[in-house]
Design a protein around this ligand. Sequence first.
Ligand SMILES: Cc1cc2nc3c(=O)[nH]c(=O)nc-3n(C[C@H](O)[C@H](O)[C@H](O)COP(=O)(O)OP(=O)(O)OC[C@H]3O[C@@H](n4cnc5c(N)ncnc54)[C@H](O)[C@@H]3O)c2cc1C
Length: 669
Amino acid sequence: MRVALLFGSFNPIHEGHLAILRYLAEHRLADELRLVVSPQSPFKQGRGLLDNARERLAAARAAVAGTGLPVAVSDVEFDLPEPRYTIDTLRYLARTEPDKEFVLVMGGDNIVSLGNWHLAGELLHEFEVWVYPRPGTDARPYVDALNARPGTRGVMLFDEAPQHDISSTEIRARQILQYDVIIIGGGITGVGVARDCALRGLKAVLVERDDLTVGASGRNHGLLHSGARYAMGDPESARECIGENRILKQIAPHCIDPCDGLFVTLPEDDLGYQQQFVTACRAAGIDAEAIDPREACRIEPSVNPALVGAVRVPDAAVDPFRLVFANALDAAAQGAEILSYHEVRGLRKDGRRVVGIDVWDVRGKQEKHLEAPVVVNAAGSWAGQVAAMAGARITMYPDKGTLLVFGSRLNQLVLNRCRPSSDADILVPSGETTILGTTSQRLEPREIPGARPTPEEVDLLLSEGSKLAPELMQTRILRAYSGIRPLIALDGAEAGGRGISRSFVLFDHETRDDVPGLITIAGGKMMTYRLMAERTVDLVCRKLGREVACTTAQTPLPEAIVRPERFGGAVICECENVREDEIRYAIDQLGARTLLDLRRRTRVGMGSCQGQFCALRAAQMLPDPDVHSFINERWKGTYPVAWGEVLREAQLAQWMYKKSENQSRSHSS
Ligand SMILES: Cc1cc2nc3c(=O)[nH]c(=O)nc-3n(C[C@H](O)[C@H](O)[C@H](O)COP(=O)(O)OP(=O)(O)OC[C@H]3O[C@@H](n4cnc5c(N)ncnc54)[C@H](O)[C@@H]3O)c2cc1C
């Protein structure tokens, strides 16, 4: 017996839901239809579900009247110990009603993001998914991609089912919010664009589906390139880097450790390369100076003493989190709205023109509709998906890179191998830790959600990295993580996979795809974000007919969040010296609600104890600490390097969390 499940709040039940129920019933696709109130539904709170059930059920039954199909409302989630995800409910139903086969029915707009759901892989392995179309969304490529995943039971698209914009009636009734420009994506690119727009007097809003920095901007190496790395192969990028390196040192000194860097030649490398390298650096305007290997050992005692050559360059280390939040803070101070936990689910169009976005407010649990004459797509590796919502095509080449974090600061200068770019050839000092990276592996967009460090990558990083600084082998590893580089195909080169840009790409979809109102900015590097934003906002201004000069190269970023000595109160996180007042500031001014939010804003739990001693202390100050998600994230980073000491510490941490959880349970009972 097959039961088709529709999740939602169903209050009130929409024409769109009824239309799809009628379609399923008329085509006898299931033996029973069931409405399930979604785990996040506000109606779950206060058990309002049951009060509304009769009304919804009556409407649903009337819709399928005459087909003889039973319709029910499922309130199973109340019995789940901790219902969090759709899959929990599906598994619960499958367990308690083993004679039935449950199928998840969802709208085409939701399937677009299903690949990113937590546990999406398991859901697709265990359950069939049926998809009905939604106006403005072409679900077919997503359905095909999910079906191509090994083990997927089956995702079926009912192309011919009635298309009904479930949200339209509600949205029309609501106020439509108007802006000059909407920015999609809360990575460094998006916040840089938002700040630049605000400084030029544009009314801007930025929407990010999760927290700021959850994409590549919070999962990179933190190197403020001098450009030397690109001098041989990509002089244009090298020039961009050195220009921005100098500007960022001026406008964001509080986010940067101006430590300089060394490019080191080891006995197995070609010393002839070093001379060409120095010449190329100088041609790109980078101060590169070859120094005696003995001098290199003196200024950087951690470097492999067997080195045969060294070049000093103005590389530096940058704190990506501080840089993003400083930009967001200033954007907001200049009048921009920053809406994190707002997911773009569709682009509003008038003919071919993009006129706004439909967003789901994840925490407020409501749909919102925003309009602006220009929408900037700064969605990083997901830029292709956002462009597709408007019918424009971009080819992204997501590229996974894995990094290792060590528990102490080994090197004072950034260490690079002086050879053509390869794996594990950069060691960046990061506060009291050291980050070794990176690797490079091309992914399919559908593989992004599952991208994690592998044991092979960890081995490779360790064996190659320890050639640069042998002491690495004796240094405690804190965690491993992977980020996705949002590499993008250049126009005209998509077909052969040639021409993938390592620099940034700005697409005006009006001239490129006949989709006015949409601009995409992607690729590049974190450290070139300001220049990327400048070029983007120049284009935005031209489109709006309001040409105002860019001032971001001269306007310093605010320092408030990045001077720990400014904050007082008891020390909460010893490793990162985070005090009570900084946590209060992060909650009140930077919107932190959970431990993960707090970690990104203050570095709580990022030091050598990895939150073992401070997480529970900090949790007590937060409105919604969500310790479980924090531990989960922490474990994801520890797992790939969990052997010896690290494993023992992870076990100790687990024991401590369990114990304190039991204590708080017994206190509350
Ligand atoms: C391993 C690695 C190492 C790197 N090292 C360095 C380095 O040392 N120095 C350097 O300068 N650069 C480095 N980079 C590159 C740099 O990290 C990226 O170029 C940069 O962070 C990209 O920023 P972004 O804002 O464009 O993308 P992201 O930071 O990925 O932001 C895109 C955002 O869009 C959001 N989004 C997507 N879809 C939606 C939607 N539908 N609705 C709302 N929001 C949405 C995502 O949640 C995400 O937060 C590295 C990258 C990697 C992967």
